[in-house]
Design a protein. Structure first.
Length: 123
């Protein structure tokens, strides 16, 4: 399920050398939040992983498959009510075999909310 333009939308993109960052706006009205959790919406971890994969697809211009979650740490709950706007910063993007390995940090201001290292393959 593609989340871009429904679950979230891109507000801004910036790049500095090999690192890049997206600012995304979470859609607090999305049906996922009605189930996870009613009255206290929290962004599911699977959606954070999918969001990072989709943003990497935009950057590479290639459809990608999640091959492996090498590391993931959810440091704080991401509620679209209190944290509608988040930064997703990418670093350590390395071409591997048929895809990429990369790290992403999801933050709000200076607070880190999630840290991920993923391996993806080109479709």
């Amino acid at each position: 399920m593609r989340l871009l333009d429904d679950f979230y939308r891109i507000a801004q993109f910036s790049t500095t050398g090999a690192e890049f960052e997206y600012i995304v706006l979470l859609n607090r009205e999305h049906f996922i939040y009605r189930a996870h959790f009613p009255g206290n919406p929290i962004t599911p971890g699977a959606c954070i992983v999918q969001l990072c994969k989709e943003l990497m697809e935009l950057r590479t211009g290639k459809p990608l498959l999640l091959r492996k979650i090498l590391n993931v740490k959810f440091l704080s709950a991401i509620s679209p009510v209190t944290c509608e706007r988040v930064q997703v910063a990418f670093s350590k993007v390395t071409p591997v075999e048929d895809g990429y390995k990369f790290s992403a940090v999801v933050c709000r201001d200076a607070a880190q909310l999630a840290k991920l290292t993923l391996a993806v393959a080109a479709k």
